[in-house]
Design a binder for this molecule. Structure first.
Ligand code: ZN
Length: 292
């Protein structure tokens, strides 16, 4: 009940803010400007302001949600210095093998949210991800935009991806991550129906931004990292398309990032281990397993 009331209250306040913003800007547009050009500028500003506000609200929902969303994992609550590294949008022919090489060299198990059509295209690379002990999750078949997809398309995207992943691993994945982190109630229900937990992230490397250098990614992640964080990186993808961007910066940052995390006392675990953590009574149970 508290969640519903909180969600309603936040939505209501934001709706009032948007209406006030638009009305205020329109009123100013009527009263103050003397020329048609000034009126036009005011009206355009009002529209831009409203759009910005709507985007801000949407972005807040995507990144934080309104209130408690128990079915969505962004990070794990723990005092132990344990984090997960996740890679989205692969597999790709060029970058996934390079990333796997680095992970192997450091004996790190990570988690990969694979795009179904890429699994079909590069089954050998997907097989390598699985055989080297990394977790595999569902990132839709063609990297769709979830909120604008019809329900039937969304469910077939998730199902066909699960089928491609099952051909590789023999198991249906238990994690799903919506492209760009944009989910809605339908996605959450479908994921649950298919036995998948929705896993987002708590710490983005920002590696999809062309302007962010490996050095900056490294310093930002190490400055912000907290126990239980789920770190987001990419081994494929593109800003607007499903693939094609260079992920060399991600490959470049990875060794130093692993070293830096370990220097700060962090261990790196795949999601299957990090998410199990809250249910483990003694950390010693984890210590006995393979080093992270
Ligand atoms: Zn993605």
């Amino acid at each position: 009940m508290l969640f519903i009331r909180k969600t309603l209250a936040v939505s209501l306040i934001l709706a009032v803010l948007i209406v006030l913003g638009v009305l205020g800007a329109l009123l100013l547009g009527r009263l103050m400007p003397e020329t048609r050009l000034q009126q036009l500028i005011m009206s355009v500003s009002a529209v831009v302001f409203s759009l910005a506000l709507i985007l801000a609200v949407f972005s807040f929902y995507v990144n934080h949600g309104f209130g408690y969303q128990g079915d969505i994992v962004r990070r794990v609550k723990t005092d132990e210095k344990l984090v997960a590294i996740t890679f989205d949008d692969g597999p790709t022919q060029e970058y996934t093998p390079k990333i796997l090489d680095v992970l192997k060299a450091y004996d790190v198990q990570a988690s990969f949210f694979l795009v179904g059509s890429h699994v079909k295209k590069y089954p050998e690379i997907a097989k390598r991800v699985h055989s080297e002990g990394h977790d595999i999750g569902n990132h839709t078949y063609t990297h769709i935009n979830v909120p604008t997809s019809p329900a039937a398309a969304m469910s077939s995207q998730l199902l066909t991806t699960n089928i491609e992943i099952m051909k590789i691993t023999g198991e249906s994945p238990i994690y799903a991550r919506p492209p760009r982190g944009m989910y809605d109630a339908r996605f959450r229900r479908l994921a649950e129906l298919m036995g998948m937990q929705v896993v987002l992230w708590s710490l983005s490397s920002q590696d999809w931004r062309e302007s962010v250098t490996p050095a900056r990614m490294h310093s930002q992640i190490l400055k912000r990292v907290q126990p239980g964080d789920i770190i987001l990186l990419h081994d494929g993808g593109n800003l607007l398309k499903a693939e094609g961007a260079s992920r060399q910066r991600t490959v470049d940052v990875l060794p130093g990032l692993i070293e830096g995390l370990r220097e700060k006392g962090y261990r790196i675990a795949p999601l299957s281990r990090l998410l199990r953590y809250p249910h483990v009574d003694h950390i010693d149970d984890l210590e006995e397993q393979k080093p992270y």
